[in-house]
Ligand binder design. Sequence first.
Ligand code: NAP
Length: 285
Amino acid sequence: MELIYGKDVAKIITDSVIGKSEELERQGEREAKLAIIRVGDNAGNISYERGAGKRMEKCGILHEEYDFPDNVSKVEFDKAFNKINADETVDGILLLRPLPSQLDEKNVVTRINPDKDVDCANPLNLGKLLTGAKDGFSPCTCLAVERVLKFILEARGDSLRGKNVTIVGRSAVVGRPLALLLINDDATVTVCHTKTENLAGCCKKADIIVAAAGHAGLITADHVKPGAIIADVGVNMGVDGKLVGDVDIESVNDIASVCTPVPGGIGAVTTSILAMQVMKARIKR
Ligand code: NAP
């Protein structure tokens, strides 16, 4: 089995965004800008904010961080949020979630300007994904999975068309929007969850398995058809304190043809997709 790291895909996307930044500069146009909003000290969010900032710098995109304490009042948050949302120099808004209960996350996401909603938090953009409209934004993680799968398949002269894909996970941020993206790519998609009967059987019929359950070691040799491609989205803390995915790499090693590792697989592509989305928003605006 071959391990496919995300860095090659990330480089292709990053280089393309750098080219667009340079074009803006040549034309004397304003640089693209991302605003990152974080409430509280979630370690994963702090790490993602840092990684996103570094990627924007590499891509020639400005970034501003707006960090609030966990107990920020609704009045104070809304005042700052409305200002960022209305700021003509801000092209993209990344709202790191979850938000504390006093801020009413469901309400906040519906107020993100849909044209700045670069990680598809606003249900309006999810609706565009549902209808197959091309002018909205899809979640960065889902686009990262789609890009990596296309990268693997194109190297074989193949595509997603007609492929049987089984996604393990049905969350509104990963499993469901990914299913929509892959259906739009003409794949035949099965979505599994904790109530699925015979998870192994559903996975074993798949040409491609996307593991997005958040359950370490869930996918083993019993779940994999010989030669299958596996994209591991899961990020879990292993017993030794190291990050691991949802796939038991040792178990699937002799059966799958390709798997993305954790860390260094899908997660390594996500911030370059975010930069691509910010540039798309900048050009659109
Ligand atoms: P989530 O909201 O907890 O959803 C997990 C989904 O997996 C649920 O639909 C759940 O089913 C299903 N599931 C859990 N255990 C299962 C099992 N044993 N068998 C079958 N289905 C199972 O998580 P999420 O936000 O979608 O994230 C999923 C994973 O991706 C997490 O590990 C997260 O850290 C990671 N992630 C990675 C990135 C990245 O860039 N690499 C980005 C976002 C998230 P039910 O609906 O029935 O509960």
